[in-house]
Design a protein around this ligand. Structure first.
Ligand SMILES: [Fe+2]
Length: 381
């Protein structure tokens, strides 16, 4: 068996009503809280009021930064950090999907450490403790509530860059399935597929390990079984619970293994066309699987089994691809990059950008060249 390290310093609380604990939990970390959230959905769903009331009832001073856009820019995060510094923030509460959670992590870094957000892009640049983050996800996909990563748009390069450091793990994750009930079907599908890609990439990462394999296969199995129901019947709390749980498991996986070629390729269409992160991954997913499956078919056979597919006569990779395509069809997701408005002449730029995501490429089970990446984009077009 291979050697491994498994690190999960985030305390996880899961269940109906756990959002009501946010005041109590945050008050153990500090007395002045900055809530970082998006511009709309947490307000219209009532989640922001619930969180702010809970924090104030617990005696905290609260300010709200509600300017986080989808795919947060470094400038936005710096504005949030500035707000946190001015109020003497002691604990950051992240409320929303991946974007507010990543912005909250960035804000916590900027309140605690000197310099600009760009100074911390890369792996291990955050070298000391930062403000505690209490993460309250309202989508089920990003897994950011249990990861040491935060992804931002770099204003200078116009591309996605990530911060990776064990100090970036949230202190506490409060996973309340009821908060995800108000997600519209398309957001449920996109974020769910993002979680599926985390599990799938973790399972085919060079850093895959026995423990993450367990989590990844369970996440893949649960997501493929329950995501269609959560999309079609958003008020089914059991389906919502299973999907949120699977998403968290997949987050624990990538916290150890990192993401791989699929995420590396998904970033460029997202940044250039503002395509939701999960949707970009969904379109590319079968083609990346076909590429990796050439050398790692056995892993994909296991993955296909987790999705309920078994057929001795058909290669594992083909079975897994078929399962993913069926799931995507069931969720009525677009199938090609052209369906998302991407122009064919962008594909070379996308491939060049992908080659800069060296950490993703290093984690991928199969070595990949610029030509390989370009071919995968063309196959996905
Ligand atoms: Fe992701």
């Amino acid at each position: 068996m291979r050697n491994f390290r498994f690190l999960m310093p985030t305390e996880i609380r899961f269940g109906d009503g756990v959002v009501g604990r946010v005041g109590q939990e945050a008050s153990c970390q500090g007395k002045r809280a900055l809530v970082v959230t998006g511009k709309q959905s947490s307000k219209s769903s009532g989640a922001l009021d619930t969180v702010v009331d809970s924090l104030r009832t617990a005696g905290l001073t609260v300010e709200v930064f509600d300017q986080t856009e989808e795919n947060p820019s470094a400038q936005t995060v710096e504005r949030g950090g500035e707000m946190g510094r001015k109020m003497g923030c002691e604990v950051v509460v992240a409320l929303g999907g991946g974007s507010p959670m990543d912005a909250a992590k960035g804000g916590a870094i900027l309140v605690s450490l000197e310099g600009r957000l760009q100074d911390y892009f890369g792996s291990g640049k955050v070298t000391g403790p930062v403000l505690p983050v209490v993460a309250v996800p309202t989508t089920a996909g990003t897994g950011s509530e249990v990861t040491p990563y935060a992804v931002f748009v770099d204003p200078e390069k116009g591309m996605k860059r990530s911060v990776a450091s064990p100090f970036v793990f949230p202190r506490i994750a409060l996973l309340d399935p009821k908060l995800t009930v108000s997600m519209p079907p398309d957001v449920t599908a996109n974020t769910g597929i993002d979680a599926l890609s985390h599990a799938l990439e973790g399972f085919t990462s060079t850093k895959a390990q026995p423990t993450t394999d367990l989590f990844a296969l369970e996440a893949i199995s649960l997501m493929s079984r329950h995501l269609p129901q959560a999309v079609a019947h958003g008020h089914d709390l059991e389906a919502r619970s299973q999907v949120l749980y699977a998403s968290m498991l997949a987050g624990v996986v990538i916290a150890q293994t990192g993401t791989t070629l699929l995420h590396g390729m998904g970033y460029a269409p997202t940044t250039k066309y503002n395509i939701p992160h999960g949707l970009s991954n969904a379109v590319l997913m079968p083609h990346v699987m076909a590429f990796n499956g050439v050398t790692h078919g056995e892993r994909y056979a296991q993955l296909a089994m987790a999705m309920g597919r078994r057929n001795e006569a058909v290669l594992g990779t083909e079975l897994a691809i078929e399962a993913v395509k069926c799931l995507r069809d069931e969720l009525k997701m677009p199938m090609r990059l052209r369906d998302l408005g991407v122009k064919e002449e962008d594909l070379e730029d996308f491939a060049r950008e992908t080659m800069e995501h060296t950490r993703n490429l290093a984690n991928n089970v199969r070595q990949v060249s610029f030509e390989d990446v370009l071919q995968i984009y063309r196959d996905s077009y």
